[in-house]
Design a protein around this ligand. Structure first.
Ligand code: SER
Length: 615
């Protein structure tokens, strides 16, 4: 069964048991400053687990798109992806352990047809320090459920992962593990939870791939939580009934909740009996890569690169569809990393052209029923990826050559060639060279401080010449910058500008000559905004806030901690341009007259220059 089929069967199964199917939330959490991404189905549910009433009642189910940034480095093996779907069902103070374990076992065995002999479960062994009891109730339920399938399930004490690898499975089917493994909260085990955080014991279900031999480098004996690949966790029922108090003790929540999560792609693996997660839902991406390179997914020494690109590009497409753009901070940094790492691996597959953006189409097609948003935004998604790809390809080869020559300084590779730190680290790891993240961060900080003190002086004055005409050209420069982004793609950035009272000159990154059509469109858009007489407003704010509100700066420029932000917007508040800038500017666009592009030319590789006038 493929993912579409399993998703549908799961939602139908729980709908039949009184659950309301709710939509997947965005990958970028709303109103949750504690985390950058939605990494589990329960995250958007926290308020309801704590007792708030949900408009759809007390039984809910969905398939939530998730992104786990902590797993980026693990991608490339047979079972990790950053992007996945989590099937979830919740009881908000409604049913509890009896119904949950029965239903999920029935779903896996009767509905999906999984052989119960291949299933193993884990439960919470209790935590004396925190006064949290052992979950014997779940053990009783599991025994009954397995017995109904003709299996005598015995329970075995495992304790920690380490002791489990020493004592092995002892022919058990139900395993008690400590709070490191069988306690779930967003923060992890009980000690790590902040006051107010909900959590609870959980019971995980594992599938055994009998054709995978245990690998002793992961520990002497195999057991369900062993990482050798023989066992795969396919579902987790969290019995969320506790909350941490200010004094670090635990209290019962006003209601007993169930929070179940199961990886959709992992269920496909089990159903298709493949231990390779990339074979579950990436076929069309693999086909695309095979068509564009001379290698095949079956070539073992290239498999890692295929897997990394397949996972990363799919994740990038989903994140961009949810509004994230590549940048050097927050969510944007991860999108940048995903794309740049993919470009590097495409390079090792011999793909030398910027074609990765075209992967958006197979992804959109694959998800057109469950996530139609991707298809709706496909043009923007492709453009965003393409810009990032083209930009990184400009420096990738030079950077790789530097690295080959022996320059393994992640700071130089970052500032000069745009290599995210992690990329240099990956290259260095492949060669067995160590690089220090601490040193990298220190150098980066020093560099930022130095350029900041330089730019404070430069920045204070803003526009040197403040004659009326220069002020007008200065405002027109902002309009041109915004118009170019709108027409050519958000990835273009300002490389420089020069203003006299006669004309303006604007340099920006773009790989090709503009067509006459594009020049006309840009000119037209600027004039349209002038005619609409948009308002220009200015605000002073902290630099970080400026970035938060989407203000752009000049690429490579460093700014002081407090900056002015100029916004050009219409009366409804719709923003056309927002830039960090010293000013001054006109206050009404109607003062500008008519904008004309006089010349468009190349000034350096990948840099174009526009000369324009107002009259
Ligand atoms: N929140 C739990 C998990 O992520 C179950 O949904 O595993």
């Amino acid at each position: 069964m493929k993912s579409g089929e399993i998703r549908k069967r799961y939602l139908d199964f729980f709908e039949k048991r009184g659950h309301k199917v709710i939509p997947s939330s965005s990958l970028v959490p709303e109103n949750d400053p504690t985390t950058l991404f939605t990494g589990s189905g329960m995250q958007p549910m926290v308020g309801y687990l704590l007792g708030e009433k949900h408009p759809y009642g007390t039984r809910l189910t969905n398939s939530q798109r998730c992104f786990r940034s902590v797993d980026i480095e693990e991608v490339g093996d047979n079972r990790h992806t950053t992007m996945f779907e989590m099937l979830g069902n919740w009881s908000l103070g409604d049913y509890f352990k009896d119904e949950q374990l029965d239903w999920i076992f029935t779903f896996l065995t009767d509905e999906l047809g999984i052989d119960p002999e291949r299933l193993y479960v884990t439960v919470f062994s209790g935590d004396k320090k925190n006064n949290l009891p052992r979950d014997t109730k779940s053990v009783d339920i599991w025994k009954t459920l397995f017995r109904k399938k003709g299996i005598e399930a015995t329970d075995v004490e495992m304790g920690s992962e380490e002791s489990a690898s020493v004592c092995g499975m002892q022919e058990g089917r139900i395993f008690y593990y400590d709070s490191e493994k069988n306690w779930w909260s967003r923060a992890g085990k009980p000690e790590k939870m902040p006051a107010g955080e909900p959590g609870g014991p959980d019971s995980e279900i594992f599938f055994e791939f009998t054709d995978v031999e245990h690998d002793e480098s992961f520990g002497k004996h195999c057991h369900p939580n062993c990482d050798c690949g023989r066992f795969l966790e396919i579902g987790n029922s969290v019995f969320m009934e506790y909350r941490k108090r200010e004094d670090s003790s635990f209290e019962k929540l006003p209601q007993q909740n169930v929070d179940f999560g199961g990886g959709l792609e992992r269920l496909v693996m089990v159903s298709e009996n493949t231990s390779d997660i990339i074979l579950t839902n990436h076929d069309s991406i693999l086909e695309f890569l095979e068509k564009n390179s001379s290698f095949s997914y079956e070539d073992n020494d290239k498999k890692t690169s295929f897997r990394i690109i397949a996972d990363h590009m799919k994740a990038a497409v989903f994140l961009i569809a949810d509004g994230v753009k590549p940048s050097n901070t927050d969510q944007g940094y991860f999108v940048r990393r995903l794309i740049r790492r993919s470009v590097r691996h495409a390079d090792t597959l011999g793909i030398k052209e910027s074609v990765l953006s075209k992967i958006s189409s197979p992804v959109a097609l694959m998800y057109k029923d469950s996530y139609p948003d991707i298809e709706n935004k496909i043009v923007d998604i492709e453009k965003t990826i393409k810009t990032e790809e083209v930009r990184f390809r400009e420096t990738l080869n030079k950077g790789l050559k530097e690295f080959e020559k022996g320059n393994v300084d992640p700071f130089v590779l970052f500032t000069t060639y745009g290599f995210p730190f992690e990329l240099t680290k990956e290259l260095a790891d492949e060669k067995g060279i160590e690089v220090s993240e601490e040193m990298f961060k220190e150098k980066l900080k020093e560099h930022q401080e130095m350029s900041r003190s330089g730019s404070e002086v430069k920045f204070k004055g803003g526009l040197g010449d403040t004659s009326d005409m220069s002020v007008k050209y200065h405002t027109a420069t902002h309009l041109l910058n915004a118009a170019l982004k709108q027409i050519l793609g958000t990835g273009i950035y300002q490389k420089g500008s020069n203003i006299t009272s006669e004309r303006m000159r604007f340099d920006f990154s773009y790989p090709k000559k503009l067509t006459d059509e594009q020049k006309k469109e840009v000119e037209h858009l600027v004039n349209e905004k002038i005619l609409a007489d948009l308002l220009v407003s200015v605000e002073e704010m902290d630099l970080q806030e400026a970035y938060n509100v989407g203000a752009t700066g000049v690429f490579g420029e460093s700014y002081p901690d407090r900056v002015k932000v100029y916004t050009i917007s219409d009366k409804s508040g719709e923003v056309f341009s927002r830039e960090i800038c010293g000013g001054p500017h006109v206050s009404m666009l109607s003062e500008l007259g008519t904008f004309r592009i006089k010349k468009e030319e190349s000034v350096a590789s990948g840099v174009r220059r526009i000369k324009a006038v107002l009259n």
